[in-house]
Design a protein around this ligand. Structure first.
Ligand code: PNS
Length: 165
């Protein structure tokens, strides 16, 4: 175990089982993980930041080794603020590579001390993303098994397929 804190940034709109797979893998290497939600109103998220934090907290069992936080501005500046120099990103199929490569290189250009580390999500979730799951859920598709129970319920509520809890 490397005695370090790593940052796992993203929109998490909403958190999926693919994200959770990355969290558990990261915690096998790092002893603390900060899940950092980008606050970007331009992206027009489905869930508010508060809803996203709530779903993450409900979905991840922590032993005090996971912090859920928000940030805006540059990721590398946020990492410095949190005294971390590691950014974790999940990799799925080939389609992620180009974007992740670009992000890793621009982040490196902006701050050479920040290292990007890529972890592969479990093959079961290789084809999923928050976007595709939201699309399936919006048409009433069964997305159980792809997201935590709380997220499944919240998606049904958002799209009018379930009563609010
Ligand atoms: O959930 P996503 O879409 O994979 O997350 C992308 C995210 C939030 C990690 C990325 O957009 C980001 O880091 N944004 C913050 C601004 C920034 O630092 N951009 C890269 C350098 S221009």
């Amino acid at each position: 175990m490397i005695n370090k804190t790593a940052i796992y940034p993203g929109f998490f709109d909403p958190i999926t089982n693919g994200h959770i797979s990355i969290v558990s893998r990261a915690l096998k290497i790092f002893d603390k993980l900060i899940i950092a939600i980008l606050k970007n109103p331009q992206k027009n998220p489905l869930f508010t930041v508060e809803e996203r934090i709530h779903m993450i907290n409900q979905s991840i069992k922590t032993e005090g080794n996971v912090e859920v936080d928000t940030f805006d501005g540059l990721l590398v500046d946020y990492a410095v603020k949190k005294e971390s120099n590691v950014v974790i990103r999940g990799l799925r199929a080939l389609s992620d590579f180009e974007y992740e490569f670009q992000m890793a290189l621009i982040n490196r250009k902006l701050n050479r001390n920040i290292q990007s580390i890529f972890l592969m999500t479990d093959y079961k979730w290789f084809y999923t993303s928050s976007t595709i799951i939201k699309e399936a859920a919006s048409f009433g598709g069964d997305i159980s098994g792809l997201v935590p129970k709380v997220v499944n319920q919240k998606l049904k509520e958002k799209f009018g397929y379930a009563k609010k809890t």
